[in-house]
Design a protein around this ligand. Structure first.
Ligand SMILES: Nc1ncnc2c1ncn2[C@@H]1O[C@H](COP(=O)(O)OP(=O)(O)O)[C@@H](O)[C@H]1O
Ligand SMILES: [Mg+2]
Length: 341
């Protein structure tokens, strides 16, 4: 339902020589370099999924979302949202999507939040029961009335984000694109925002595409992940699939004496090269092993053979660690430069 096919976005950036002479000369020589922010990205996001669009800073997430919402036109390739190419038919696309850009307001700067909502109500032709139901929800969860009649430009970041989030859902869109929607929000409001979007998903089947620096947002809201690195898709699947790509796994265990935890650790590390063992809380031992070299079965068999295990469990890999591992693999964070001059 959301499709990107070999989607490319390049930006031309004027190249300057040093100093004033340099900036004057760019007028004449028109030297520029081309930065490929999105590099032949292809993906399909099924209707009704809650997808985290994940990538390091500068990976091309916002640029892709701008194309999906019709704000930017691709350099080549295409994307479609519910059969519409957004940049060709921006109006029609807008009816079925809700958008939040944390870095860039979607609201009218000089209007108050209630006035903005009244305009949105008319633009989207929102039926009274839908409008009333949603407003009641925003009163309950986002304390939207507290924003009063202050113009948007005078709101704090957190206040503005509450209004942006509410505005993006007001017309019951089929798809929401939320790019960094929780910046400036405290824990209580983050929880409220998560609940809002999960309710929309549950009650209306809303498709959610989310970028966030907050891993907890992703874990709470999303079931799927699309990971981009330097403009390219490097992983697509469920969050569970993503966790399975962890290159290090852990086992925690309790054992009966005689050996103290420190001695157990030394023994494990000596016998299993590449494995790290550290004492954990309550006399337990935590063993971290490279998933490429050992299976959990091998590690467990070793532990059972050597020690008198009382209890043991394998915690799920940490999403943050897995992402750090993916970003760490890329040699540079800057996008590919395609050509000079
Ligand atoms: N309007 C623009 N003009 C020039 N370069 C841009 C523009 N927008 C984004 N870029 C560049 O494209 C790359 C990807 O940016 P962006 O899509 O914002 O990444 P992300 O949202 O993943 O952090 C970055 O190197 C950024 O500097
Ligand atoms: Mg961004």
């Amino acid at each position: 339902m959301i499709v990107a096919h070999e989607l490319v976005k390049e930006f031309r950036i004027p190249e300057r020589g040093p100093g004033l002479a340099g900036s004057v000369s760019t007028l004449f020589t028109r030297r520029h370099r081309i930065v490929r922010a999105v590099d032949e990205v292809s993906f399909e996001i099924p209707a009704g999924s809650r997808t985290a669009y994940i990538g390091a800073n500068g990976a091309g997430k916002s640029t892709t979302i701008k194309m999906l919402t019709g704000i930017m036109t691709p350099t080549s390739g295409y994307c479609r949202v519910r059969g519409i190419e957004p940049y060709r038919d921006r109006q029609r696309n807008a009816r079925s999507i809700g958008v939040v850009f944390g870095q860039r307001s979607q609201l009218w700067w000089d209007l108050s939040v209630p006035d903005s909502f009244r305009i949105l109500r008319r633009i989207y032709d929102i039926p009274a029961p839908v409008y009333d139901r949603n407003l009641a929800l925003y009163r309950e969860l986002l304390d939207i009335d507290a924003l009063g009649t202050t113009p948007v430009r005078q709101l704090s970041l957190g206040q503005r984000m509450r209004a942006e989030i509410a505005a993006s859902l007001l017309h019951d869109p089929a798809v929401v694109f939320w790019d960094e929607p929780t910046i400036g929000l405290d824990m209580v409001l983050k929880e409220a925002v998560r609940e809002l979007v999960l309710r929309a998903h549950h009650d209306l089947g809303t498709t959610v595409v989310l970028t966030s620096h907050d891993i907890a947002d992703i874990a709470a809201i999303c079931d799927s992940a699309l990971v981009v690195d330097r403009g390219r898709v490097v992983h697509q699947g469920t969050i569970q699939d993503l966790l399975r790509t962890a290159d290090r796994r852990s086992v925690l265990f309790d054992h009966r004496e005689p050996l103290a935890a420190e001695a157990v650790c030394a023994l494990v590390e000596a016998q299993l090269p590449g494995v790290r063992a550290v004492p954990a809380d309550g006399g337990r031992v935590q063993v971290d092993y490279p998933a490429e070299e050992f299976t959990s079965r091998q590690v467990l068999a070793f532990l059972l053979d050597r020690f008198d295990l009382v209890d043991c469990y394998a915690p799920e890999p940490d999403l943050e660690d897995v992402l750090r591992q993916i970003y760490g693999r890329s040699t540079a964070t800057a996008p590919a430069e395609v050509s000079g001059a």
